[in-house]
Design a protein around this ligand. Structure first.
Ligand SMILES: Nc1ncnc2c1ncn2[C@@H]1O[C@H](COP(=O)(O)OP(=O)(O)OP(=O)(O)O)[C@@H](O)[C@H]1O
Ligand SMILES: [Mg+2]
Length: 234
């Protein structure tokens, strides 16, 4: 099956420091891909390069087979790519409602808010609250809800669950599963390796800017893979 999102030979970095040294990765339509790797491996850089926040130096980012690596981030967003960045990317001085509605036209407003509050009732109760005063978990729900209202084809999620309580992590992962059920594709960077693998169809491990493992979750079950590449005993 052709990939919805495909990355080939991707190189990028900052200044003289090349971080990604030729990355290949495929996200088939409707599939969830877990991207794992230790701190500093280049996971965030890969998501940002896909989204257009860090320029690609070499290689391609293909969306439905079309190269988009020279297009600006907003054009990629319109083409169906949605990055939920590390640190949430919400506007703290705007209300929950403003955060949710700023990216959609007036015509779609009602449907948008309903969709977001159906998924996250807690946000529905806090529409007029400033985003910066939400709890950490609620802020993460808002970040995810903002991604939902734009109706993307591919969601790139960078450590959504960081710093959240287990109950809220459950809510976030239920929402991710809901996105998949809607047929959206996911590329997930997660510190909770087991949870990410639980939702994933494919697992990639990035080490020092190179993909060192590609497989299905069942191939990770023995724990050997993690011990070898992530230094974990899981
Ligand atoms: N804006 C930047 N300017 C310069 N170097 C950067 C920048 N962002 C990241 N780096 C460097 O690029 C490398 C990869 O960082 P990146 O954030 O992609 O890793 P990561 O896999 O997401 O790590 P973590 O698990 O800690 O989030 C690191 O050595 C980091 O110091
Ligand atoms: Mg990161």
């Amino acid at each position: 099956m052709p990939a919805l999102l495909e990355v080939t030979g991707l190189r990028s970095g900052y200044g003289r420091n090349e971080v990604l040294h030729g990355v290949d990765l495929r996200v088939p339509p409707g599939a969830a891909v877990a991207l794992l790797g230790s701190n500093g491996a280049g996971k965030t850089t890969l998501l940002k390069t896909i989204a257009g926040l860090v320029p690609a130096r070499e290689g391609h980012v293909l969306l439905r087979g079309t190269p988009v690596e020279r297009r600006p981030a907003n054009a990629r967003a319109r083409a169906g790519l949605c990055l939920i960045p590390e640190g949430r990317g919400i506007f703290r001085r705007l209300t929950v409602r403003e955060n949710l509605t700023m990216q959609v036209g007036r015509r779609h407003l009602n449907g948008t808010l309903e969709k977001a509050t159906a998924r996250f009732p807690r946000l529905g109760e806090r529409m007029n609250q400033l985003a910066g005063t939400l709890s950490g978990g609620e802020q993460q729900m808002l970040a995810l809800a903002r991604a939902l209202v734009t109706d993307p084809d591919v969601v790139l999620a960078d450590e959504l669950s960081v710093g959240l309580s287990p109950v809220i992590v459950d809510v976030i992962f239920e929402a991710l599963a809901g996105l998949r059920a809607e047929g959206k594709s996911l590329l997930l960077v997660e510190q909770y390796v087991e949870r990410a693998i639980g939702i994933a169809d494919y697992v990639y491990i990035l080490q020092k800017g190179e993909i060192v493992f590609v497989g299905e979750p069942s191939q990770c079950a023995s724990g050997v893979v993690f011990a070898r590449y992530l230094g974990a005993s899981a």
